[in-house]
Design a protein around this ligand. Structure first.
Ligand code: CA
Length: 368
């Protein structure tokens, strides 16, 4: 109960201070007619994650508590994890078909269904969380996401950020682009395509088999998340080089809503639903940063052989060139993709100039 009270307090604080005013601005005011109704609405949510998956699974639990508490019990949310629905990557279809009303997953998983969903999680060399959230809330990101998901009868809302993801665990040091040639690496999605462009061999291996694959040399490297979720996987025991990130600088999960269901709810419950989502996304970002800081301290102490590395500049140059080439290919014959890529690139340029003289300048001035 303490958590609910704290979150409710944060909600009131944020609303009253005007911070994140955009969170509350896009829905109409609750009608008094509906406010006094005591009808109970039962909603089912399917999540990509297995039962009790840390951090990502906490986000849906927080969402449920918030939505039920803020609606005074008029919303009842049932969460089905992967163990129950058996289809980690079935969330988009579940919610689109109405089999589930809500989902929690990652937008970039749906690129095979609609390539334009790719852009709403995190893009290689793209925005960090603070920049990307500014884009979502004020820079046109939510509107573009509405355009993409609306075509499927869906709405997508930010679902929690992991923060900047690490570049991954490598068994050998990467000193040149040549070192990437033939390198077998678990790195999914668009970043995997970039790695393939520069000569690596991206492979897809189920999460449960990753440690053994890395240990036995079936793969030479892998990326997962960051200390928040890497520690429990144990990769640091078999691959000592921990590279800093480039491919998922601000991974934002998503809540998916069936639009027909959403519109059938009283307006005050619609607002409660999206507000609870955004608050649990806010909470998940804080939790990710907290867990990463805590686990990294632990990893450094327990495994002093871990070496943090950053790719040399020529490697970044080659990957950036591959990124540009692939984005250009995505833009061709796809006006909506072109519009999203331009919106992200324009906003990144503007936001990064500010980040450079604010957070970046501050951190540089503090480094020893
Ligand atoms: Ca990752």
């Amino acid at each position: 109960m303490k958590k609910i009270t704290t979150l409710a307090f944060i909600a009131v604080l944020l609303a009253s201070s005007g911070i994140y005013a955009g969170w509350f601005a896009d829905e109409k005011k609750p009608s008094s007619k509906n406010q006094h109704s005591d009808k109970i609405y039962n909603l089912k949510l399917a999540e990509t994650w297995p039962s009790n998956f840390p951090i990502f699974g906490d986000a849906t639990k927080n969402f449920k508590k918030l939505a039920e508490s803020m609606s005074n019990g008029r919303l009842k949310i049932r969460i089905d994890s992967k163990n129950k629905h058996k289809s980690a990557l079935g969330i988009f279809d579940f919610v689109k078909s109405g089999q589930y009303d809500l989902g929690h997953s990652g937008s970039y998983y749906w690129k095979g269904k609609d390539i334009n969903t790719l852009f709403f999680t995190s893009m290689p060399f793209g925005m960090i969380t603070s920049e990307q959230r500014a884009w979502f809330e004020y820079g046109g990101g939510q509107e573009l996401m509405d355009e993409v998901y609306g075509k499927h009868g869906l709405k997508s809302i930010i679902g929690g950020s992991t923060g900047n993801q690490m570049g991954g665990w490598f068994k050998k040091e990467i000193n040149s682009v040549d070192d990437l040639k033939g390198l077998k690496m678990r790195i999914p999605g668009f970043a995997g395509e970039i790695m393939a462009e520069v000569g690596a061999k991206p492979v897809n291996i189920p999460a449960g088999e990753l440690y053994t694959a890395l240990d036995r040399g079936t793969i030479d490297a892998l990326e997962w998340v960051g200390p928040s979720l890497d520690l429990r996987m144990g990769f640091h025991k078999v691959a000592p080089y921990y590279y800093t990130g480039w491919h998922e600088p601000g991974t934002e999960l998503q809540f998916i809503i069936n639009l027909k269901k959403y519109r059938s709810l009283p307006q005050d419950l619609q607002t409660i639903l999206t507000t609870a989502m955004k608050l649990s996304a806010y909470q998940m970002y804080a939790q990710s940063e907290y867990e990463s800081a805590k686990n990294w301290e632990n990893m450094k102490k327990t495994y002093p052989n871990i070496q943090v590395k950053t790719f040399p500049q020529p490697v970044f140059d080659a990957m950036r060139a591959a990124n540009q080439k692939l984005l250009k290919k995505l833009s061709a014959n796809n006006p909506l993709a072109k519009k999203i890529i331009k919106s992200q690139s324009d906003f990144l340029q503007k936001a990064r100039a500010w980040t450079a003289i604010s957070d970046q300048a501050y951190l540089n001035s503090q480094s020893k």
